[in-house]
Design a protein around this ligand. Structure first.
Ligand SMILES: [Zn+2]
Length: 306
């Protein structure tokens, strides 16, 4: 398999690929260094990411055989399947083009950094699956066939949250809580703006809806703080807490739980907003879904105090 990838890398590839590959490998090395920080955050990174990233020295974007899924680490090389990466870059670049049209200034030099951030969060999600024990695609499929889709969707949400945590550590260097939370919000936004468009939630599939709803509700809690002068976080439910969403089979009731390590019920909603959220997720209307999630989070008392 590596022979096939080596051959592919010499073919006609977008020149940007090499730069992004180097940037990702460098980000992995910086994350390894952060794992040795003498802090609770350093310990959490160590537990959740170090086993998967300690050896990575090179990242290669190329073709991957179907049995590897979209991602595989072999010795010190991390291989990323090129199709989802190309699709991600296509969406990010078209988003940048829209922003330029709307008058925002983005220099050419900023573009590789934006692509790196969009891809790194996706890579962190996949790396987290390693310490969850489901990094191997065969193991993931086996666990899913036994535990069911909804349980695996919970593992995906936890990986989304932990990827956002590592992303924030990586790109803020622990400067301030406000900066950390802004990065955390950005990482969750990357999920809804990009990854869920590449792998859209299948209409009427509860597992997919629950994963996206959980990410939306985590995003909702952070979306409102931009207007705050002073931020007061609930000590029992910090703004980077993982959430789990469960939707009834009739798709009319939603229960929200705090995720690991203190799993507990935070509240339940049983009104028109739940059905509205489900319909918005089914149609991939993520901007509207965020607004609905903010009102649901408000109703359930999950928003921070101003
Ligand atoms: Zn996953």
């Amino acid at each position: 398999m590596p022979t096939e990838i080596d051959a592919a890398t010499t073919l006609d590839r977008p020149p940007l690929f090499s730069e992004i590959e180097h940037r990702l490998a460098d980000a992995c090395r910086r994350l390894v260094a952060l794992c040795s920080h003498n802090s609770a955050e350093g310990q959490e990174l160590q537990d959740k990411f170090l086993p998967a990233i300690s050896k990575i020295n090179q990242v290669v974007i190329g073709p991957l055989e179907a049995n590897f899924g979209a991602f595989v680490a072999i010795e010190d090389v991390l291989y990323l399947k090129e199709e989802p990466v190309i699709e991600l870059f296509r969406i990010v670049l078209s988003d940048i083009a829209s922003q330029l049209k709307a008058g925002r200034t983005i220099s050419a030099a900023e573009i590789p950094a934006l692509l790196e951030r969009a891809l790194m969060d996706y890579v962190l999600h996949e790396l987290r699956h390693q310490s969850q024990g489901v990094g191997d695609y065969g193991d993931f499929k086996l666990a899913k066939s036994i535990a069911g889709r909804r349980f695996m969707a919970e593992m995906d949400v936890q990986a989304d949250r932990d990827a956002a945590f590592a992303f924030s550590m990586l790109y803020t260097h622990g400067n301030s809580r406000a900066e950390f939370l802004e990065c955390f919000r950005e990482a969750l936004f990357l999920s809804s703006a990009y990854y869920f468009r590449i792998f859209p939630p299948t209409p009427s599939r509860l597992d997919k809806q629950e994963r996206v709803a959980a990410v939306m509700l985590m995003s909702a809690r952070l979306a409102v703080i931009r207007d705050f002068n002073e931020l007061v976080e609930r000590p029992d439910l910090p703004l980077d807490s993982p959430l789990i969403a469960k939707i009834s089979t009739a798709q009319s009731t939603l229960a929200i739980f705090q995720g690991q390590p203190n799993v507990r019920l935070l509240g339940a909603a049983n009104d028109a907003a739940v059905g509205l959220l489900v319909r918005q997720l089914d149609r991939s209307q993520f901007d509207d879904a965020l607004e609905t999630s903010i009102s649901l989070a408000d109703q359930l008392g999950l928003l921070p105090d101003n």
